[in-house]
Design a protein around this ligand. Structure first.
Ligand code: ZN
Length: 310
């Protein structure tokens, strides 16, 4: 199966190292992964948003590993990447940043109301083991490095890096084919994370949303992400000087933007709020003092509700 089929599929990125790719990659439709070693053990990277999607993912995991996953890593707290934690076997240890655990517990199931879908019977389960600096998992025949790379997309981003295979599970530090979003993290941190990803020189990179990137496509996607941050930063600087609100700035910028036709363009207003905060208050990662960005995203979306295909 491929991205264009529209159904989720397992794609081998290196021997025994798999992406679980979910089209269309929009809101609440994320990618996961599974890493298997010579002893038959498995490490899962992220879960997904609904019961149906998680059961399908875990069935694929069972098909490539000898027993239940020993470890699951959450790349960050967002619900599309963590709602399936509750479907993991109880003995599977979940590892994430300490702010990931706090974020999962704080958010609960609120997103099921913001983005309605058939979520099934979700049970909130945060990481059991938390980190605030890099950690290496030593599997039977190779290491897996958990790299703390936030604040960037969120406050608690962790990249899962396989140095021997040169495979990177980037979580939402990378998007392919849709707008990135760094409202809950840091614009400047997102740019720094992009540079760190480039410095590691992955041969294969799995974005949090979008198809697997290989070879020259990795650098191309990272270049595009960096260019996107430059674009947001430029829009923010000129729009703030012109006295525009983030929503006014987003509406004006998107009308003749190179990103106008990229899916999830409503995220521009979110990114501009973060950019304004960084360009004016120099508080790179504090929570934004906005009750809800959904009405502004709907306005930017021409009044149409933001939908998920989860
Ligand atoms: Zn996310």
């Amino acid at each position: 199966m491929t991205w264009d089929d529209g159904t989720a599929y397992l794609e081998e990125m290196a021997p025994g190292v798999f992406a679980y790719v979910q089209p269309d990659g929009g809101w609440m439709v994320n990618n996961c992964g599974v890493i298997t070693d010579a002893a038959g053990d498995a490490v899962v990277v992220d879960t997904t948003s609904t019961e149906r999607r998680n059961r399908a993912f875990l069935a694929e995991v069972a098909g490539v590993s000898a027993r239940d996953p020993r470890i699951a890593v959450n790349t960050h707290a967002h619900p599309d990447h963590t709602y399936g934690n509750g479907f993991l076997p109880p003995a599977t240890t979940i590892i994430g940043h300490h702010l990931c655990r706090a974020g999962v517990l704080r958010a609960g199931l609120a997103a099921t109301h913001e983005l309605p879908a058939d979520y099934g019977d979700l049970v909130v389960r945060p990481p059991d083991v938390t980190i605030d600096s890099d950690l290496t998992l030593h599997l039977a025949d190779f290491p897996v490095e958990l790299k703390v790379m936030g604040p960037a997309h969120s406050t608690n981003d962790v990249g899962v890096w396989l140095p021997e295979q040169r495979v990177m599970f980037a979580g939402d530090l990378a998007f392919s084919g849709g707008h990135p979003i760094f409202m809950e993290g840091s614009m400047l941190g997102f740019r720094a994370a992009t540079r760190r990803l480039r410095d590691l020189a992955p041969e294969v990179l799995l974005p949090g949303h979008g198809p697997v990137c290989r070879g020259d496509d990795v650098a191309r996607v990272l270049d595009e992400l960096e260019a996107y941050v430059e674009w947001i930063s430029g829009v923010a600087t000129s729009s703030y000087d012109a006295g525009l609100s983030p929503l006014e700035a987003a509406q004006k910028a998107l009308s003749d933007s190179p990103y106008r036709d990229l899916p999830e363009s409503e995220r521009v207003v979110c990114n501009l709020h973060r950019a304004y905060a960084e360009l004016t208050d120099h508080v790179p990662t504090g929570p934004l003092n906005i009750p809800s960005l959904w009405p502004e995203m709907v306005a930017l979306n021409g009044g149409r509700p933001i939908e998920t295909h989860a």
